[in-house]
Design a binder for this molecule. Structure first.
Ligand code: PMP
Length: 440
């Protein structure tokens, strides 16, 4: 079997990664963070360094990186302006719990890029989503939130509700989940207008938290008009529309809502905004800001339950200043989108050459190869067409030939410094992998 042979090849070619990933007896299961075991490789590739769209391992292998830290580094690893900003900040203190003068610029840069006037900073996108859910419940006095089956918005308890055979269930894979989320989280299928209207017209949903297209269960595109209907139903029912653009910042300059519409009431952006330095942001309309100020003033003194000590620290602000000012630019997107189009053409040609009934879904710089002829319309359909064994075999084959894909599904990200040669090589090696798979 191809996978067995590729495992042997990987073990043989990566002795230092093997030794170093076993070296510490103090990390639980050998790694500082258990997700690092989720790759298709038999043990983790130990990274030496990364630069641009390339990552080098301790065994000296140079990888074309299409994972890019699962979006955190989607504008390239260590872009020069970020390096300079971090170096400059390093000697000036990193965290004071006070605003810095750069911070004023960053707020204005966020407003200019994403078209929302008011902003707050958190340390991760998970934390931003948790904060936003709290604000929405506080602002509306409603307990429930609505999410789409198969969504992922980070380590956010409230969103872990799935539909299984149409029934809402607490996500079965969670560790230590003791609260029943079903009374306060409504899950419906993406693109289901009737279910959406029925749920929102009950008038008891604080917010809809959604990606404008689903990117964490393969890729599920919004059906024509669905997002506009969502926007209209939220307006009609006084429900706050929160778009989590942590991933869909890849759709175009200003994120999906600015390039494709519609506009949310609150937007969350994380990961790449600091180029890999932990930080995230949420932005909102003046109307929401006014209500937030009133709510903040009317509550008794004490903890708000929103925010953590490191939020908006000086290092994070410096990182965002460099990224928003010099890296996340319209020119960067022009390159990303053109190179992603080239990748899509290459992948489509490979699929056609092998007469597979697969397809490629792509928006902006995010590309997903899906092992079905028909694009899934919702989380259930997307879950049903995932073939983890096949994906894992392809990912391992590619890793052995110096190409990294995100571990969770067939997602490929194109950065401003990803070269046409890198995407051509990905298509070439995928072609070889499929030739072998079909022969076996
Ligand atoms: N929102 C979306 C859409 C995500 O995909 C993720 C992570 N993949 C998050 C939020 C959470 O980001 P983080 O893990 O950096 O908190």
């Amino acid at each position: 079997m191809m996978r067995t042979r590729e495992v042997a090849r990987f073990v043989e070619a990566n002795p230092k990664s093997h030794a170093q990933s076993q070296a510490s007896k103090s990390w639980f299961q050998g790694v500082p963070f258990h997700w690092m075991l989720d790759w298709s490789t038999p043990f983790p590739i130990v990274a030496q360094e990364a630069s641009g769209a390339t990552l080098t391992s301790v065994d000296g292998h140079v990888f074309d990186d299409f994972c890019l830290g699962d979006t955190a580094s989607m504008f390239g690893h260590s872009p020069q302006p970020l390096v300079e900003a971090l170096t400059g900040q390093a000697g000036q203190g990193l965290s004071y719990m006070l605003p810095t003068s750069k911070g004023a610029d960053v707020g204005d840069m966020l407003a200019a890029m994403f078209g929302l006037p008011q902003w707050q900073v958190t340390t991760t996108a998970s934390e931003a989503n948790r904060a936003v859910i709290r604000w929405c419940r506080g602002l509306t006095g409603r307990d429930k939130i609505l999410i789409f089956n198969g969504c992922y918005h980070g380590a956010v308890d409230d969103v872990f509700v799935d539909l299984r055979d149409g029934e809402a269930v607490n996500r079965p894979s969670l560790i230590g989940q003791v609260q029943d989320l079903l009374p306060t989280t409504v899950a419906i299928e993406f693109n289901d207008v009737d279910a959406l209207a029925a749920a929102l017209r009950g008038g008891d949903i604080a917010c809809v938290l959604a990606e404008p297209l689903m990117t964490n269960i393969g890729m599920v595109r919004d059906a024509p008009g669905f997002l506009e209907t969502l926007r209209a139903l939220c307006d009609e029912t006084g429900t706050i529309l929160v778009l989590d653009e942590t991933h869909t910042i890849s759709s175009g300059y200003g994120g999906h809502s600015n390039t494709h519409g519609p506009k949310p009431d609150i937007m969350v952006v994380g990961k790449s905004i600091g180029g890999g330095v932990p930080c995230a942001v949420y932005g909102f309309t003046d109307e929401i800001a006014k209500k937030m100020a009133a709510l903040n003033q009317s509550r008794p003194p004490g903890h708000s339950g929103i925010g953590t000590t490191l939020s908006a620290n000086a290092l994070a602000i410096s990182a965002m200043h460099a990224m928003l000012g010099q890296v996340i630019t319209r020119d960067a997107y022009a390159h990303m989108l053109a190179t992603a189009d080239r990748l899509v053409s290459g992948l489509n040609a490979v699929i056609a050459a092998h007469q597979l009934d697969w397809h490629v879904s792509h928006v902006g710089a995010r590309v997903e190869m899906i092992c079905s002829a028909v694009p899934p319309r919702n989380g259930s359909e997307a879950r049903a067409v995932m073939d983890h064994a096949l994906e894992s075999a392809i990912h391992l084959y590619l890793a052995n030939r110096g190409i990294l894909l995100a571990p969770f599904h067939n997602m490929m990200l194109v950065s401003p410094v990803t070269s046409p040669a890198q995407v051509d090589r990905l298509a070439f090696e995928l072609n070889n992998a499929l030739t072998e798979l079909q022969a076996s």
